[in-house]
Design a protein around this ligand. Structure first.
Ligand SMILES: Cc1cc2nc3c(=O)[nH]c(=O)nc-3n(C[C@H](O)[C@H](O)[C@H](O)COP(=O)(O)OP(=O)(O)OC[C@H]3O[C@@H](n4cnc5c(N)ncnc54)[C@H](O)[C@@H]3O)c2cc1C
Length: 219
């Protein structure tokens, strides 16, 4: 595990597989990784490697995903112009939504364009209706719900993406291992290990980050 924010994916097609990953530019720059190096690591993962062994590369590409979130959404309209989809930063990275937000924002902009056409007025005053529609739609509501997700996740990324992921794996390893050790003993050992692995001050920071995260999503 590289300890950077992001996730990998694999789509199975009719006679090929598509393997990819999404990572932040900040992490690539900070760690001096090039995108293909991170992809190579993913391809060498023991779960992926056997599935592509002997395969040949058909095509590859890289693309920026604008994941600035709610606070970075630009001005959405002006005289004679409306901004939709990726250009308007409409991406919900947690749920991997971008295509649907592009389609719905496009639909709302198109409806507004029809209204403007009927009025014969393409000024900002009329096109602002698009912004209102977008604000009332699930798109802006969802982006607002997750407005603090990335800043908090970045703050504690080493903890969340390295330590706790490994800990979750080791929990389930312990949970599914049959070795004659009484289960309660295993649980106690596991809980104790968290307190010995991590400084108490770091644990408090992790818990505080989690509370802030859940609070910002639910309230
Ligand atoms: C690897 C990856 C995985 C993704 N997975 C998902 C997913 O699982 N689910 C999901 O919902 N979203 C996903 N997305 C996000 C999704 O692809 C985008 O949010 C969505 O395509 C945005 O649509 P758009 O029409 O706004 O922009 P785009 O799809 O980028 O379309 C813009 C178009 O404009 C063209 N263009 C650019 N400049 C000019 C110009 N000057 N003149 C004419 N044409 C121009 C471009 O060539 C392009 O065809 C993923 C993105 C990536 C990169």
């Amino acid at each position: 595990m590289l300890g950077i924010l992001g996730l990998g994916f694999m789509y199975t097609n009719a006679d090929s597989v598509t393997i990819g990953l999404g990572v932040t530019l900040d992490d690539l720059v900070e760690n001096n990784y090039r995108p293909f190096e991170v992809l190579e690591k993913l391809k060498q993962h023991p779960t992926i490697a056997p599935l592509i062994e002997g395969g040949t590369l058909k095509e590859y590409s890289a693309h920026l995903i604008p994941e600035g979130g709610y606070n970075k959404v630009p001005k959405l309209c002006d005289n004679g112009v409306m901004v939709v989809g990726d250009a308007a930063m409409l991406v919900n990275n947690l749920h991997w939504e971008g295509t649907n937000l592009a389609m719905i924002s496009g639909k709302l902009a198109a409806e507004t364009a029809v209204e403007a056409f009927e009025k014969g007025d393409f000024s900002r005053k009329t096109l602002k209706n698009y912004e209102r529609k977008l604000q009332n739609s699930f798109i802006m509501k969802d982006l607002k719900t997750y407005r603090k997700l990335m800043p908090i996740a970045h703050e504690r990324k080493k903890a969340f993406m390295c330590y706790y992921l490994k800990k979750i794996n080791s929990f389930f390893e312990m949970f599914t291992t049959v070795d004659g050790t009484p289960k309660r003993e295993n649980y106690h050992k596991f809980i104790k290990s968290i307190f010995t692995d991590r400084k108490f001050s770091e644990l408090l920071k992790d818990i505080w980050a989690l509370i802030r995260l859940v609070w910002s999503i639910l309230i």
